[in-house]
Design a binder for this molecule. Structure first.
Ligand code: NAD
Length: 500
């Protein structure tokens, strides 16, 4: 009989799961060469999970050296795409075979509800690896329309050694968005997860080996950004640097990439996405529910969170009341309970940061209409009530800065032009949504909003088929879809003289 995966099941698994505590360098599980570690704490209840290697320059150097050796040997880079496809599909299968283990590690480490880890994070990770694997033997190079006496080949070649530095909000998915296309195109990779959520990356480093990815092709090193990430960004033997994280660190990495060896540097950064509701939305109740989920999903720790709700003044009061109602069913609960829809904030530091923004919003004159406080403090973990501010102006700090927590800023508007102007009055340009029944307006507004993803009459849609990334200071690259392959390859033109 199939086991019921209730809270009890997950609590027991949390007690028995093996916490991965080793880097993977050159196919071997290793500690940091200095012997240094840092303490990994669960945001669920503040308990210590493990001591994790705190890597630095020497470890980054060892990982890059191994990646270079593997790349130059051709053991992966020079194999037929169909061969890489088979191994990567095995890797995806192994991720699914270890779904519960990976889900519990993800939830223990960063606090998201176990229901989300099992339904979203782990399947999406496997799907991303599989999608890239299945794509790679269907991508053709080009023959240029040259004179008949010559042949012009336009081919794509792997960059070489790629360093991938990723954040903590979707630890495995963000890693997979880099690993899928990087490995499929034949690169060797050094992955550095966030110090706030290293566990699942360390585990899949081993699963990749088990799947048959050769030693050195995927190295994983844990540690802090400054100590373990920066040596990769500055490294003269890293050909590509791919990053997801904050805009401030993204800018810094662009400068390090430029001043070291001009490594190809792609950064996917923050957002302050507008969710624009017109009075002619097809279903205002559904729109209100989606607005609540759009900001409170994953505790608001989502780059595309609909953190600015722009509502037409004719419906603003009633609409916000509906969002407040919808937020009632998204209250924080125990992350190991499958019925929980909002989990813990990743750590104490992030919780204090978010609560600081709540204080700032109040001080600036916005009105709290829901939440605003820490929750479940008796658990020893880090939880915040879903928080909604009305009477926000777009100039306020809570409308301009990325809070990265469950805080919604509601702003009124009177016309389509005003809505577009407010939507675009931000340094960011990651995503936007528009709710309207007017087809022409949907087209007009979606073209004028400066954002990498625009949704009409829903929020946060997307799968592997379309590119994902930002305009403006939300980044300069694209993850997902065949477009992502471009980041991991150099374009080569080979000219052949056919006169001989
Ligand atoms: P962060 O920038 O603090 O850290 C991201 C990664 O960079 C971590 O691994 C960190 O250790 C590393 N890092 C930090 N300083 C570094 C340095 N000096 N050199 C090298 N590496 C360094 O971001 P975070 O708090 O982990 O993640 C939240 C941010 O990620 C938010 O801004 C969010 O919007 C963004 N994000 C963007 C996307 C996207 O696709 N655009 C997706 C998810 C998250």
């Amino acid at each position: 009989m199939a086991q019921t995966k209730d809270k009890n099941y997950w609590v027991q698994l949390a007690e028995s799961v093996t916490i991965p505590v080793d880097n993977i360098i050159d196919g071997k599980p290793v500690q940091a060469s200095s012997g240094k570690t840092f303490t990994c704490i669960s945001p669920i209840d503040g308990r210590v999970l493990a001591e994790i290697p705190s890597c630095s320059q020497a470890d980054a150097d060892a990982a890059v050296e191994s990646a270079r050796k593997a790349f130059d040997s051709g053991v992966w880079s020079q194999t037929a795409p169909v061969k890489r496809k088979k191994v990567l599909i095995k890797f995806a299968d192994l991720i699914l075979q270890h779904a519960d283990e990976l889900a519990i590690l993800e939830t223990l480490d960063m606090g998201k509800p176990i229901g989300d880890s099992t339904a979203i994070d782990i399947p999406a990770t496997a799907n991303c690896i599989r999608w890239n694997a299945e794509a790679i033997d269907k991508v053709y190079d080009e023959v240029a329309p040259t004179h008949p006496n010559e042949l012009g080949l336009v081919t794509r070649e792997p960059l070489g050694v790629v360093a991938a530095i990723v954040p903590w909000n979707f630890p495995l998915i963000m890693a997979a968005w880099k690993l899928g296309p990087a490995l499929a195109t034949g690169n060797s990779v050094v992955l550095k997860p966030s110090e706030k959520s290293p566990l699942t990356a360390l585990r899949i480093g081993q699963l990749a080996l088990d799947a048959g990815i050769p030693a050195g092709v995927l190295n994983v090193i844990a540690g802090f950004g400054k100590d373990a990430g920066e040596p990769l960004a500055k490294h003269m033997d890293v050909d590509g640097l791919v990053f997801t994280g904050s805009t401030a660190v993204g800018k810094h990495l662009l400068s390090l990439g430029a001043t070291s060896n001009m490594k190809r540097t792609f950064v996917e950064c923050g957002g302050k996405s507008p969710n624009i509701v017109f009075p002619d939305a097809p279903d205002l109740k559904a729109a209100a529910k989606a607005a609540a989920v759009g900001i409170f999903f994953n505790q608001g720790e989502v780059c595309t969170a609909g953190s600015r709700l722009l509502v037409h003044n004719a419906i603003k009061k009633e609409f916000i009341a509906e969002v407040v109602e919808a937020a009632k069913s998204l209250q924080p609960g125990h992350p190991l309970d499958p019925d929980t829809s909002m989990g813990a904030i990743v750590d104490q530091q992030q919780m204090s940061r978010v609560l600081g923004y709540v204080d700032k919003g109040t001080a600036d004159g916005a009105t709290i209409v829901a939440g605003g406080k820490q929750a479940m403090s008796e658990s020893g973990g880090f939880y915040i009530e879903p928080t909604i501010f009305d009477d926000v102006t777009n100039q306020m700090t809570i409308a301009q800065e990325e809070i990265f927590g469950p805080v919604l800023s509601c702003i009124g508007f009177d016309s389509e032009e005003e809505a577009i102007a407010i939507a675009n009055d931000t340094d960011y340009g990651l995503a936007a949504a528009i709710w309207t029944s007017d087809l022409a307006r949907a087209h007009r507004v979606s073209r004028k909003v400066r954002a990498g993803s625009v949704w009409v009459n829903y929020y946060d849609a997307g799968d592997m088929t379309a590119p994902f990334g930002g305009f403006k200071q939300s980044g300069n690259g694209r993850d997902k879809s065949l477009h992502a392959l471009e980041k991991y390859t150099e374009l080569k033109a080979t000219w052949m003289n056919l006169n001989y």
